[in-house]
Design a protein around this ligand. Structure first.
Ligand SMILES: [Zn+2]
Ligand SMILES: [Zn+2]
Length: 132
């Protein structure tokens, strides 16, 4: 199991297996939520995800799209997000304590990327979501 947690350590979670490679989402909403150029994340099925500690503390901001953006109320770290339509957890990989084994494979929503960001040429780029 790959474990991860927030900056203050109050919230901990575990992942048994990843359901995708790592991608970076460059949409404007991820930029706001993560405060960076993009969000580096991987998807995990419901059965492969568990909260290990502090799940009762997790705060949730639900976007209009239904996407649930979760965060720690104590330290402000982003936490595993949730895609209800796909029953998938969207794991920000910066939260992981060790190498998850999966690697960066895709940039998505590149059409919305910040003007100042320069992307590496070796990674697949999609103008919108996955595979588009
Ligand atoms: Zn925290
Ligand atoms: Zn995004």
């Amino acid at each position: 199991m790959t474990e991860g947690g927030c900056l203050c350590g109050a919230v901990r979670f575990g992942v048994e297996a990843f359901n995708s490679a790592i991608f970076k989402c460059h949409c404007s909403k991820c930029r706001k939520a993560f405060g960076g150029a993009s969000s580096a994340a991987a998807l995990v099925r419901e059965d492969d995800f568990s909260w290990l500690q502090g799940d009762e503390r997790v705060r949730e901001f639900q976007c209009e799209s239904g996407f649930k953006r979760r965060f720690c109320p104590d330290c402000g770290s982003i936490l595993p997000q949730y895609l209800p339509d796909y029953t998938l957890h969207w794991i920000p990989v910066g939260l992981l304590d060790s190498d998850p084994g999966v690697r960066l494979k895709q940039h998505i929503h590149v059409s919305s990327k910040a003007a100042w960001e320069v992307l590496d040429a070796d990674t697949q780029q999609y103008r919108e979501g996955f595979g588009s």
